[in-house]
Design a protein around this ligand. Structure first.
Ligand SMILES: C[S@@+](CC[C@H](N)C(=O)[O-])C[C@H]1O[C@@H](n2cnc3c(N)ncnc32)[C@H](O)[C@@H]1O
Length: 136
């Protein structure tokens, strides 16, 4: 991956094409804190952590409402870094043309690797019937 002005070229190209949708905002956590919260969320039946440890349960933005789709949906995620910033950011980009009022969705992970046991209602033709776990 090539970096320029803090952004990878791929992300910069997508931004120039107007494909940036939003950032996945939340608390940036250490791995031990992720594990601690995951146990708590499992007990409360909440699923809210992603692999780069951004927890949108308490603090987040519109991205926390985006659902999983087994066919990958219409968004892709990219980890990007802004010049001078210490932390990487997780951003959503459009992976195809999105019509007005079309629901945004992306793949939470590969359900064949580790399904979490909760039913998936994405409705895509390749739906596995189960949501992926945080560990996929
Ligand atoms: C989109 S967030 C939910 C945000 C939460 N309602 C809030 O207020 O912050 C992730 C959750 O949505 C549900 N979800 C996402 N995609 C789903 C799908 N395809 N089928 C069923 N439930 C889904 C799951 O419960 C998952 O843990």
């Amino acid at each position: 991956m090539v970096w320029r002005k803090g952004w990878c070229l791929f992300a910069e190209e997508l931004i120039q094409k107007g494909q940036f949708v939003c950032e996945y905002a939340g608390e940036v956590l250490t791995t031990p804190e992720v594990r601690r919260r995951q146990i708590m969320y499992d007990e409360l039946a909440l699923v809210a952590c992603s692999r780069i440890n951004i927890d949108a349960t308490r603090i987040g933005n519109v991205a926390r409402f985006i659902y999983h789709s087994c066919d990958g949906g219409n968004l892709l995620t990219k980890v990007v870094r802004i010049a001078g910033a210490l932390l990487h950011r997780l951003c959503f980009f459009a992976s195809k043309n999105i019509e007005k009022d079309e629901e945004l969705s992306f793949s939470y992970g590969d359900t064949t690797l580790k399904p979490n046991g909760f039913p998936c209602f994405c409705g895509s033709s390749c739906c596995s019937g189960t949501l992926p776990s945080e560990n996929t």
